[in-house]
Write a protein that binds this ligand. Structure first.
Ligand code: SF4
Length: 47
């Protein structure tokens, strides 16, 4: 997986603003077809 920079520092997988999860799942965020990044979300997020 490429390096993933992530500013969601409160996520359990976040390590110095990089994602340390072995794999992440990204999904559409309450839309049938995403047109901008706001319409996507990280499903792997864990508090
Ligand atoms: S799992 Fe998602 S929210 Fe958590 S650090 Fe990785 S990319 Fe960010």
């Amino acid at each position: 997986m490429p390096d993933v920079k992530c500013n969601v520092s409160e996520c359990s997988y976040n390590s110095n603003l990089k994602c340390a999860a072995p794999m992440i799942e990204i999904a559409k965020n309450n839309t049938a077809a995403a047109n901008k990044s706001d319409e996507t979300k990280c499903e792997t997020f864990k508090r």
